[in-house]
Design a protein around this ligand. Sequence first.
Ligand SMILES: Nc1ncnc2c1ncn2[C@@H]1O[C@H](COP(=O)(O)OP(=O)(O)OP(=O)(O)O)[C@@H](O)[C@H]1O
Length: 226
Amino acid sequence: MTSTQRPPAAVDARELYRFFRSGEEETLALRGVSVGAAPGQIVAVQGPSGSGKSTLLNCLAGLDEPAGGVVRIAGERISHRPELERSRIRSRRIGILLQHRNLLPHLSVRANIALVQHAPRRHKPAKTPDELLAQVGLSARSAARPATLSGGELARAGLAVALANDPDVILADEPTGELDGTTELQVLQLLADHADHGTAIVVVTHSAPVARIADLVVTLVDGRVV
Ligand SMILES: Nc1ncnc2c1ncn2[C@@H]1O[C@H](COP(=O)(O)OP(=O)(O)OP(=O)(O)O)[C@@H](O)[C@H]1O
């Protein structure tokens, strides 16, 4: 890279369209949504129920495929690629925090983290499972199964798993939805610390404290950015 070239955006989504059809009915969930996040930037996505927030996040993660438009993660296109390539980009570049759904129920918290780190990698993980657990304040619960954790512990365990692959991008859907104020602030502090170290964060949220730590707030209404 020459000095005049800028590094690619961590997240670069352009003109995304996504339709759902059931019988005669068609829902236009995304109608030309563009959103981007630079390394270290926190972008909050807000909007009323049904406005397309989760659909957008799923398209950014390559978990859903937009009908039109393109998604690039750290310069690499993740949309319109075979699932194997999408999952390779996900496992190398993206930490996903989807309301505790990133934890496998039959594994301990520690084993959930180790599993993410087992995937083929660009480099050795920056932190061991025990270091990640210490970082989120869960060392004492490392052997616990997810079902036995409190809501706040689950949120922090989910965050440790999302951070386990040293992601360029964290995609989070209501990461503090069920937390009390103190635990919410702890989780936000951890996210902000990672942004300070260059991780881009796109977070779907209804929470005012989450929106306050964001560098940019994007509002969706009826599948459009307003
Ligand atoms: N798999 C699906 N099949 C059919 N319609 C869907 C599907 N997923 C989402 N939709 C529709 O697409 C629109 C956007 O849904 P989405 O879940 O993205 O909204 P949201 O803003 O995340 O809502 P909420 O805040 O309630 O979670 C809604 O009208 C929803 O009913």
